[in-house]
Design a protein around this ligand. Structure first.
Ligand SMILES: Cc1cc2nc3c(=O)[nH]c(=O)nc-3n(C[C@H](O)[C@H](O)[C@H](O)COP(=O)(O)OP(=O)(O)OC[C@H]3O[C@@H](n4cnc5c(N)ncnc54)[C@H](O)[C@@H]3O)c2cc1C
Length: 365
């Protein structure tokens, strides 16, 4: 049976994933983006792309944790369908702190225990481990004798965001998706039923959807990319600190993403000196070899965020589906949002969204 045509607005993380999935299922897909094929206008372009549902439970709620657990299992199949390899690993998350920040660590441990208790079904991930100095050294020899205590969250993951955007771009071409770069769109024509009267419209414009999504706001994030071939870390490392929590996410070829600030502001101006100093000194405190790192990039982007900081689906009109509010968890939750959206397309409802506790704003039947 021929499937209805689909217009996808926004070719960042969510739009590319969705456009590929729709084309694979036989929809004739048109994809529009305000920017170019490299995705440099998307929050996805600067993200650390850590997939850390439990570590993030300190900063979010159960729906995101559930979606993250679903997505950790889904990413391998999604990546396997792409025409070029994308770095993906599940070596866990290492959380460290200096002795003076032990109170932060105790708070995090309590939060993680609460999350584990509340999850039904249970996470399926191996249990969290508390580490002493020797256990930290066994996991990350480069950090030998630098920290006395830590936590290890096995099974959490990360991927290479830019390789993913590029591979999705190639897959879109292979699938014959009609690509419209430098073509900013509004939702109005689809709402009015004009060009897509017989098809679907999917709004994945991130913060670009603000005119059509009340309360959507930007949360500024600043990150650094450095090349530090002398630093050997196997997995993302988080440093707890009351004011400057930090992560260091290793990427292929000796590259590390160090981030990220979280500032309630729509300011897209370049990274401030203060943030640069704080991020770099925290990284140096984790490993002094970062002193010799070469700074590749200082980047700012805005995370598209809803008032309750949770992602959501909205159906403002028949066959018009908006997906937004991915905030600081886009890579963590996108496969779950994708699967929920595809259920809506097929059945006009999503049991998965209900199971996740994902907010869905749809007109009553
Ligand atoms: C500093 C930072 C670090 C992050 N780290 C992580 C992390 O470690 N793990 C994680 O899971 N998430 C992380 N994120 C979050 C993640 O990047 C976002 O949640 C995700 O990119 C949102 O996906 P999206 O597709 O909704 O929006 P985006 O990726 O921003 O894509 C939106 C697209 O819409 C396009 N667009 C805008 N307006 C229009 C228009 N009018 N017409 C057509 N196209 C338009 C844009 O050009 C863009 O390509 C991070 C984000 C930041 C900023």
């Amino acid at each position: 049976m021929a499937r209805a045509p689909a217009r996808v607005l926004g070719a960042g993380l969510m739009g590319r994933l969705l456009a590929c999935a729709l084309a694979e299922r036989g929809h004739a897909v048109e994809l529009f983006d305000a920017g170019g094929p490299d995705g440099s206008g998307a929050a996805a372009h600067v993200a650390a792309s850590m997939l850390a549902p439990l570590a993030e439970s300190a900063a979010t709620e159960l729906p995101v944790v559930r979606m993250g657990l679903h997505a950790l299992e889904r990413w391998p199949a999604l990546l396997a369908a792409l025409p070029s390899p994308v770095f993906f690993q599940r070596q866990g998350t290492l959380v460290l702190w200096h002795r003076q920040d032990a109170a932060e660590a105790a708070r995090l441990q309590q939060q993680l225990a609460r999350t584990a208790q509340q999850l039904a079904p249970p996470s399926g991930l191996p249990a969290l481990q508390t580490l002493d100095g020797a256990a930290i050294e066994a996991l990350e020899p480069a950090l030998a004798r630098r920290f006395e205590q830590g936590l290890f969250l096995p099974g959490e993951g990360q991927l290479d965001n830019r390789a993913l955007l590029a591979a999705l771009g190639r897959r879109l071409q292979d699938l014959g998706v009609s690509l419209h770069w430098h073509s900013p769109q509004t939702l109005a024509p689809a709402r009015a039923g004009a060009p897509a009267a017989d098809g679907w419209c999917f709004d994945c414009r991130g913060l670009g959807a603000r005119p059509d999504w009340p309360g959507l706001r930007g949360v500024r994030g600043e990150v650094l990319r450095v090349h530090a071939p002398e630093v050997r870390l196997q997995r993302p490392v988080r440093l707890l600190h009351p004011r400057y929590p930090l992560y260091i996410a290793p990427k292929p070829d000796g590259v590390f993403v160090i981030g990220a600030t979280e500032i309630e502001s729509d300011d897209r101006s370049p990274v401030s000196v203060r943030s640069t100093l704080e991020l770099l000194s925290a990284a140096y405190a984790v490993h002094p070899a970062f002193a010799e790192a070469r700074i590749l990039e200082l980047s700012t982007q805005l995370r598209p965020t809803r008032p309750d900081n949770l992602p959501a689906l909205r159906l403002p009109a028949p066959r018009c589906l908006q997906i937004n509010g991915l905030y600081r968890h886009g890579f963590l939750v996108a496969p779950a949002l994708l699967d929920a959206a595809l259920e809506w397309v097929d059945h006009g409802r999503s049991p998965l969204a209900a199971a996740f506790g994902l907010p869905v704003d749809a007109p009553a039947d």
